[in-house]
Design a protein around this ligand. Structure first.
Ligand code: ATP
Length: 322
């Protein structure tokens, strides 16, 4: 049995439990380059971590076991899509960290999901990031943040950002990060659609649209600089004008009703709205917190979305909670 060797907030609470949480993300810019020989696309993306969190609790146990609650779990009202076995990214995170640290993968993992699954919000990546942080503390692996980021990148391209949080420019598959300092808070309303959308399906649709000549081939990416400049300190209008997502067109092809959802957001007065990542979540920019609350209430009344959440960013990445 391995115990945490250093103290810190939230470590070894009741029955030796360690709790960590990690945020959802919105891609405020997502430029998708051509397909690489390894099957991934070269990306230039600007991630913003927003205040919608999943929580992972880990406890001493023999062997690995897992319970999933909340959004996407078998017990939830919505569509059940989150596996509660070794297919879950948190299970894979535990095995990877154990191998890296040379410890036995002994823990009971509990995932409390507020981030809807397959929504373009990197919920699975958030869970993996929170698991790495929690198990590092439980097992006392003394892994550095850099170690965790490298392990995270093996689990999924968005996991390093779920660890880092804040605002960052992502290149490569999105796993190579340069932090960006944002000097102001940004308020958003997330409009959650009923059914998830598979990320590989959306990329495949983009490739098909490009191959058919319906979209430019991706050799010339739109620069992320205007979004980065606007995010730093800009007025809301500057960010509204710069928002950009290459996955929006294929997501709209696969889900034509998302057009109505985007329209509903701008009709309700959002300065701009875009599909988050591979969708189908719609991220509507708000002028400030009051505007976000007003927008959320109005969008909830349209019946276009399964759920509507007012959030803000940037927020911190995966960390232990007391
Ligand atoms: P991204 O924005 O990174 O593409 P997403 O938010 O669209 O991700 P996720 O919620 O990360 O999608 O999940 C995508 C799929 O991964 C799910 O449909 C599910 O089958 C699988 N999965 C594995 N582990 C998890 C997890 N812990 N939470 C959610 N989904 C998971």
């Amino acid at each position: 049995m391995h115990h945490a060797t250093s103290g810190g907030p939230g470590r070894l609470a009741g029955n030796g439990a360690v709790v960590a949480r990690a945020p959802a993300k919105v891609n405020v810019h997502l430029g998708v380059g051509p397909l690489r020989p390894d099957g991934f696309h070269e990306l230039q993306t600007v991630f913003l971590a927003v205040s919608l969190f999943d929580t992972v609790t880990v406890r001493p146990a023999e062997g690995l076991s897992l319970a999933v609650r909340g959004e996407g779990s078998a017990a939830s009202n919505g569509p059940a899509s989150v596996p509660a076995d070794r297919r879950n990214l948190v299970w894979q995170a535990a095995e990877l960290l154990a191998r890296h640290a040379g410890v036995t993968a002994d823990a009971h993992l509990e995932v409390d999901k507020s981030i809807p699954a397959a929504a373009g919000l990197a919920g699975g990546s958030a869970d993996a990031a929170a698991t790495l942080v929690a198990l590092d503390a439980l097992w006392g692996t003394r892994a550095t943040r850099g170690d965790l980021a490298r392990l995270g990148a093996q689990l999924g391209s968005d996991v390093p950002f779920s660890l880092l949080g804040g605002v960052a420019l992502g290149t490569g598959r999105g796993e190579q990060l340069s932090p960006v300092l944002a000097r102001r808070r940004w308020d958003w309303v997330l409009g959650i659609a009923g059914e998830g959308l598979s990320t590989p399906t959306v990329y495949a649709e983009l490739d098909a649209l490009r191959a058919a000549g319906s979209l430019p081939d991706g050799a010339d990416l739109v620069s992320p600089e205007p979004v980065i400049a606007a995010l730093r300190s800009g007025p809301t209008e500057a960010l509204a004008a710069a928002l950009d997502n290459d996955l929006q067109a294929p997501a709209l092809r696969l889900r034509p009703e998302l057009r109505r959802a985007l329209q509903a957001a701008t009709d309700a007065g959002a300065p701009a709205a875009l599909v988050s990542g591979s969708g189908p979540t719609v991220a509507a920019l708000a002028a400030d917190e009051d505007d976000a609350d007003r927008l959320a209430a109005e969008l909830a009344g349209t019946g276009v979305f399964r759920d509507v959440r007012a959030v803000h960013g940037p927020v911190h990445g995966a960390r232990l909670v007391g």
